[in-house]
Design a binder for this molecule. Structure first.
Ligand code: SIN
Length: 301
């Protein structure tokens, strides 16, 4: 029997997330299964594979079916594995956690990751959950006046946590378990990405904004943008657009980084947590820019 014959997909909420069973990701993944998994990710935005217990090579093989692996700046990867980040928080570490605020991974890069893979190894006895929010469901339900304001507009992204101008206070920075380089003035350089994307597989429009890296909307000052971005962020993170995942050892999550924001919950002080993360590349936000319908029709003629 080939590994892909019994793949079962169970939707987990009304707007985001699915659990995939019936596939052992430690085996070679056939092209048929890879196609099904890519389609599943496009539809559900974050997918969970319970009970997989992948080693690092198997995690890299899984990552490769979604796109070429990316080596990220500012976060020190594992010594022998430049594509893998060891997301570790020790029992005695105080302060923040890696990813402990709503964000899309590295959206301030010229070519941000298309998605990430995270596998759970050592977990605290409670807590340490991760949340994802669907920027596609949030777009669908956004008031029309805000849709009109955002469609065709860019947002300005900067590497706030790694730069100088917006550097977070030390108590909010993640601790010694993950080595980061900070204080780099080039991280403060502004990059523009479209505020609204259109998914190449589902054709759904989706917001591409997040509070960790976006400073303002193009054509507006920070003072003008901030109340709007705050309002949009409250909307994106409404519970009906979110899924909260409580990890069990061996579970692997894969998410679409351009269609979601995520948030690692920092509530397991005194306990350790170890995850491994890989990221993959694909189309750039500019290649996925959503354009008003009239412009789309004109381009097609
Ligand atoms: C991240 O990738 O932002 C961290 C997620 C987590 O550790 O739950």
């Amino acid at each position: 029997m080939s590994a892909d014959q019994a793949i079962a997909i169970r939707r987990l909420t009304g707007n985001i997330g699915a659990e995939v069973t019936g596939i052992d990701l430690r085996d070679a993944i056939s092209e048929t299964a890879a196609v099904e998994l890519r389609e599943c990710l496009a539809q559900h935005q974050v997918v969970f594979f319970p009970d997989q217990h992948l080693d690092l090579q198997q995690q890299k093989m899984l990552t490769a079916i979604f796109g070429p692996a990316l080596q990220l700046p500012y976060v020190t990867p594992m010594d022998a594995e430049p594509e893998i980040i060891r997301v570790y928080k020790g029992a005695d570490e105080k302060g923040g956690v890696f990813g402990g605020d709503w964000h899309s991974d590295f959206s301030f890069l010229d070519a941000p990751p298309s998605g990430s893979v995270l596998s759970a190894h050592t977990l605290p006895p409670y807590g340490g959950d991760t949340l994802w929010a669907s920027q596609a469901a949030a777009w669908d339900a956004l008031p029309e006046a805000l849709q009109r304001l955002l469609l065709g507009r860019d947002a300005i992204h900067v590497g706030k946590p790694y730069g100088v101008k917006w550097a977070p206070p030390a108590k909010e920075q993640s601790g010694a378990g993950i080595k980061m380089s900070r204080g780099d003035p080039t991280a403060d350089r502004e990059r523009k990405h479209p505020a609204v994307l259109q998914h190449p597989v589902t054709d759904r429009r989706m917001l591409y904004l997040n509070p960790t890296y976006v400073t303002r909307l193009d054509g507006m000052s920070e003072a003008e943008s901030t109340p709007l971005l705050d309002q949009i962020q409250r909307h994106v993170t409404r519970p009906e657009f979110c899924i909260r995942h409580s990890w069990t050892p061996g579970t692997v999550a894969v998410w679409d980084n351009l269609a979601t924001q995520h948030y690692a919950v920092n509530d397991y002080q005194g306990h350790e947590r170890l995850m491994y993360r890989t990221t993959f590349s694909g189309l750039s936000p500019r290649e996925m820019a959503a354009v008003p319908e009239k412009a789309r029709q004109a381009a097609a003629e």
